[in-house]
Design a protein around this ligand. Structure first.
Ligand SMILES: Cc1cc2nc3c(=O)[nH]c(=O)nc-3n(C[C@H](O)[C@H](O)[C@H](O)COP(=O)(O)O)c2cc1C
Length: 363
């Protein structure tokens, strides 16, 4: 019998079946310890936060941007996946998510020139190197994100290769931790996105200049991760489809070209966001404003896509899928407001809601 609603149709990528198309977007919680043995380690907050969205019926949860190295964290309070203590702590989360039928996924990240910033509720300002919690960021070129940010140190080719290796190690650890999806963070002006865009990448070597050179890091990281990530499990890539610059930036045409290359290398789904690499640009934010970028990638590259950005209403989300604009929707802030959004959507759309057995008496 066909599902009553496209949102509640299971989705199979490689050998993994995701129970529905309502997925949680990666969202930093800035709640890990900065130093010591607890640095980057998921704690009670992370467990409760992700468990609530799983109990609410979310099909797939992408755990927040998680640093492949200490220097790759956005803030000192980010999660990390560079040691075994971190892996062990993630196991509690992946186990609990799986118990609810939710697929556990993780976004692995290097913040590049936007590393070393404070928690948003403490102002979110860049933390200067040499201060108690700050460190020196790195990037493709010595060009700061904006006048408040530290000018990053330009990475050498050896250092680029080292970071590629850190992404592969992170993927190996993600598997150990029980994650079933890995997403490479190539969006929002963090390291991989910085290399993609001529706005931030001024290199003149094999990693800068032409399109082929600017996408080299994205492709090398993808190859390195795909080589260690199990064949039977899907790999996602998050991209900013545009810098929203009139000229001199990364744009939707570039994204379609990149999507085809990522597909050849074994990426299974593109998570299509925008922005974050150019300071001070105007972004025409509104309901579903990034969906057309996802739809274009899906049409022109035949790579499955997830749409994200101000998707808040069940009928809106259902229509995105029914129109063939995306294969799944990612919800961010709406899931912060309402952890049981998927259950509510099921009721509205006539699908079977997920109810934890412990809550059956409240059905
Ligand atoms: C608190 C918060 C933290 C975020 N952290 C991340 C992150 O770790 N990685 C990422 O790719 N995007 C991050 N984002 C962006 C979201 O994944 C999402 O793309 C964005 O919020 C738009 O979707 P929404 O309108 O449904 O919230 C974050 C957004 C918020 C609000």
């Amino acid at each position: 019998m066909p599902a009553a609603s496209a949102l509640f149709e299971p989705y199979t990528l490689r050998s993994l079946t995701i129970p529905n198309r309502i997925w949680m977007a990666p969202m930093c919680q800035y709640s890990a310890e900065a130093f010591g043995p607890g640095a980057g380690v998921a704690n009670d907050w992370h467990l409760a936060h992700y468990a609530a969205r799983a109990a609410g019926g979310t099909g797939l949860i992408l755990v927040e941007a998680t640093g492949v190295s200490p220097e790759g964290r956005i803030s000192p309070a980010d999660l990390g996946i560079w040691n075994d203590t971190q892996v062990e702590a993630f196991r509690r989360i992946t186990r609990l998510l799986e118990e609810q039928g939710t697929v556990p996924g993780i976004q692995i990240a290097h913040a590049g020139r936007k590393a070393s910033t404070d928690r948003p509720w403490q102002g979110g300002a860049p933390l200067a190197p040499g201060t108690e919690e700050g460190w020196q960021p790195v990037g493709p070129s010595p060009v700061a994100f904006d006048p408040d940010h530290t000018v990053p140190t330009e990475l050498t080719v050896d250092q680029i290769k080292e970071i590629t290796g850190q992404f592969a190690d992170a993927a190996r650890r993600a598997q150990d931790a029980g994650f079933k999806v890995v997403e490479i963070h190539g969006a929002h002006g963090y390291l991989i996105g910085e290399f993609l865009s001529p706005h931030s990448n001024k290199r003149t070597d094999a990693y800068g200049g032409s399109f082929e050179n600017r996408v080299r890091l994205a492709l090398e990281v993808t190859d390195a991760v795909r080589a260690v990530w199990p064949e039977e499990l899907p790999l996602f890539f998050r991209v900013s489809a545009t810098d929203w610059l009139e000229e001199g930036g990364w744009n939707a045409d570039d994204t379609v070209r990149l999507a085809a290359l990522l597909k050849e290398r074994g990426v299974d789904l593109l998570d299509v966001s925008t922005g974050g690499n150019a300071a001070g640009v105007r972004i025409p934010v509104g309901p579903g404003y990034q969906v057309p970028f996802a739809a274009r990638v899906r049409d022109e590259s035949a790579l499955p896509v997830a749409a994200v950005g101000l998707i808040t209403e069940p009928a809106q989300a259902e229509k995105i899928l029914a129109n063939g604009e995306a294969d799944a929707v990612l919800l961010g802030r709406e899931l912060l407001r309402n952890p049981s959004w998927a259950r509510q959507a099921a009721r509205e759309l006539g699908a079977e809601p997920h109810i934890p057995k412990q809550y059956l008496r409240a059905r």
